[in-house]
Design a binder for this molecule. Structure first.
Ligand code: ADP
Ligand code: MG
Length: 577
């Protein structure tokens, strides 16, 4: 567990401050962003490779920013995707005119947040592309490669993309090579002990004595199978068997290999394991090209290891062996890399000038209701924080409670600072929620609040029907970004029945507050009814079976928040449909 921290909620920011101070010779912070970039920032005419994800994986991701590797890394909270706003700021800062490649592990939260950032960057003329890392063979079968999540193999993909960008390849080439590297990279892992988040005393999951978890995730997600522990020789074979059976198309006999420690495993143990790994790979007729044994993609203090093979060809090998110089990884000498001049900082297009609000008095009064509702939602999220984390940890990563509290704290603060109408207040709250909560639920809750704000607008007191219409618009946005359907075991399984019941109540002539309250009973029941469901999207999907019997974390928090908001709506006088 972590012994060194001040405020656990500020752990990431404190870590970034210390890291940028220690390694100022390699990197600097992207101005006003939770991201770091190569010292000197964007290079004129050079593609920038921007990686990222939550923190807790050092040296992934910020530790491999530097010459020959990544140009920047966007840093989310522990095990939580960075927000769209932060990824966008990094892309803007690192646009040297030749394009930007985002690359990160295939997790719903990262895909949505980087996706929104990519759309924004493109709209401003940056040629922005995305390559997802999908190396974890335990997370989906070979026929469903695009469903696999990204774990330690990201190291090889980022290294190869970074080297291509540094020798001056075009964005098309860097993208092609990154895709190829990912297609030829496979990882399989084993866990002996779960990790502990800073400030917590319980491990995210425990492994029974005498057992080990095969196919673990790197966010505290437990493995797909618990098996009896074996000795090192048998373990090496157990990790290699599936990797050697699943040779990608076009694989030759030269491989880059990473034996990766997850944070709580000694290097000496890794070397004991490596002894057999190397022997078995040689038996299989493979030539190992600059293998790495050590901590490259960790999971806080998790006990365990993973083995990655990248099946090389001539062009991939040239990039894998190329020099790199970063705080967390060095290889060869970067003195001969092509020199690119620093790009002049782009003229700041700034945020849209905060125009003076045109909201009328009724809408300003309704903004007080919005603030009261958000305050009540924050109070319930704080009350249920631990429980929401526990539910999320059954098949996900255990961060849902902390994410909701972080998002709602930011949303209430932004709403408090907003002097406009109900629509503007909801918009500010949604932006702040998405930016601070990170993760899947962060961006989706942000989109939902913004859609309600857009629909209720800033004139007049919002009617019940406007509210219902706003939530429906929010559901559309959530589905557009997250591609989930009702029945997939997500927040939508509470929100959609809620909205149907609320709208039906209004149609039947029930007063707004009463219709809301009856719909909350429906949402609470619907959230509980998610327990027997199997998750079809999100972080819980690879461990779908474990989730059966436990309700969905996002549906549970949705029902709690809707219920908490009710009394604030009920105190509004003279409501109208
Ligand atoms: P993360 O999965 O990034 O750790 P959280 O733990 O905060 O994010 O939120 C998890 C919740 O997000 C899930 O319980 C589910 O309700 C919701 N969720 C996940 N994926 C989707 C999706 N594609 N659409 C709607 N909701 C989703
Ligand atoms: Mg989670």
């Amino acid at each position: 567990m972590a012994h060194i921290y001040d405020d656990p909620a500020a752990f990431k920011d404190d870590m970034v401050a210390g890291y940028t101070s220690a390694y100022a010779r390699y990197i600097e912070q992207v101005p006003d962003a939770s991201a770091v970039m190569r010292r000197g920032g964007a290079r004129q005419g050079k593609v920038s490779v921007i990686i990222g994800g939550g923190c807790g994986h050092y040296p992934a991701f910020c530790g491999v920013v530097g010459a020959g590797f990544a140009d920047g890394a966007v840093i989310g909270d522990i095990f939580t995707s960075p927000s769209a706003e932060q990824a966008y700021r990094a892309a803007r800062a690192l646009d040297g005119g030749a394009g930007v490649l985002f690359s990160f592990g295939n997790y719903a939260g990262d895909v949505m947040n980087f996706g929104v950032a990519q759309d924004r960057a493109r709209a401003e003329g940056t040629d922005c592309r995305t390559v997802l890392v999908t190396d974890d063979i335990a997370s989906a079968p070979a026929g469903e490669l695009t469903k696999r999540r990204g774990i330690a193999g990201g190291f090889c993909v980022f290294k190869i993309a970074g080297a291509a960008a540094d020798r001056g390849d075009s964005i098309d080439e860097v993208e092609r090579l990154a895709i190829k590297a990912n297609d030829r990279t496979r990882t399989f892992g084993v866990g002996f002990a779960g990790c502990t988040l800073p400030g917590q005393t319980e491990r995210l999951f425990t492994v029974p004595d005498g057992e080990m978890e095969l196919g673990l995730g790197i966010h505290g997600e437990p493995g797909i199978e618990s098996v009896p522990r074996t000795n090192a020789t048998q373990l090496a074979r157990r990790l290699l068997d599936p990797l050697l059976t699943e040779r990608p198309d076009g694989a030759g006999d030269r491989v880059a290999v990473i034996l990766n420690g997850l944070g709580g495993t000694k290097y000496e143990e890794l070397f004991v394991l490596w002894k057999t790994v190397a022997a078995v790979l040689a038996e299989a007729g493979l030539t190992l090209v600059l293998p790495e044994v050590g901590e490259l993609v960790t999971s806080l203090d998790m006990g365990g290891a993973s083995l990655t093979l990248t099946w090389l060809d001539e062009e991939l090998e040239e990039l894998w062996v190329a020099p790199a110089e970063t705080p967390g990884f060095r290889r060869g000498s970067v003195a001969d890399l092509p020199r690119f001049e620093p790009a002049s900082a782009r003229a700041d297009q700034g945020q849209a000038a905060a125009g003076t609000s045109t909201a009328d008095d009724a809408s300003r009064a309704a903004a007080d209701t919005v603030r009261a509702a958000l305050d009540a939602m924050l109070a319930t999220a704080i009350e249920h924080e631990t429980e929401l984390g526990r539910i999320d940890a059954v098949a996900g990563d255990g961060d849902h409670g902390t994410g909701m509290v972080r998002g709602l704290r930011a949303a209430t603060a932004a709403a408090g600072d907003c002097a406009g109408g109900a629509g503007e207040t909801l918009d500010a709250a949604g932006i702040a929620f998405g930016d601070r909560a990170g993760g899947t639920s962060g961006i989706l809750w942000g989109l939902l609040l913004q859609a309600v704000g857009r629909t209720v607008g800033n004139t007049g007191r919002p009617t019940g029907n406007q509210l219902a219409g706003g939530i429906r618009a929010g559901i559309d946005d959530v589905q557009r970004a997250g591609k989930a359907q009702v029945g997939d075991k997500t927040m939508l399984d509470a929100l959609v029945p809620f909205t149907d019941a609320f709208a039906a109540g209004l149609d039947a002539g029930t007063p707004c507050a009463q219709a809301w309250s009856s719909a909350c009973a429906v949402a609470t029941q619907a959230a509980a009814d998610t327990a027997p469901m199997t998750p079809k999207v999100g972080r819980a999907r690879p461990l779908a079976q474990r989730s059966v019997g436990t309700p969905d974390a996002g549906a549970t928090s949705m029902a709690l928040c809707l219920t908490a908001a009710g009394p604030a709506l009920a105190t509004t006088e003279g409501e109208q449909r």
